[in-house]
Write a protein of this length. Structure first.
Length: 75
């Protein structure tokens, strides 16, 4: 039987963040990929954002990994 984690237990995980940089232009890519990059908070080439290392963010990165550079940052 699987044990569900409460919100307090989820916060006890690793305190990692991801520094995400847009390294390629969005010109010529489908609108869905453009929307994913915008959802990450990136607008221009070489713009950077820091996001928590969460499954939702990792999934977005996986969709557009060919456009991004990702670095793990410890808090």
């Amino acid at each position: 039987m699987a044990v569900k984690k409460t919100p307090a237990q989820k916060k006890d995980g690793p305190n990692r963040e991801l520094r995400i940089t847009l390294v390629r232009s969005l010109i010529g890519y489908p609108q869905r990929q453009r929307d994913t990059v915008r959802g990450l908070g990136l607008r221009k080439i070489n713009s950077q954002v820091v996001r928590p290392d969460r499954p939702e963010i990792r999934g977005m990165i996986a969709r557009v990994s060919h456009l991004l550079k990702v670095e793990v940052v410890e808090k």
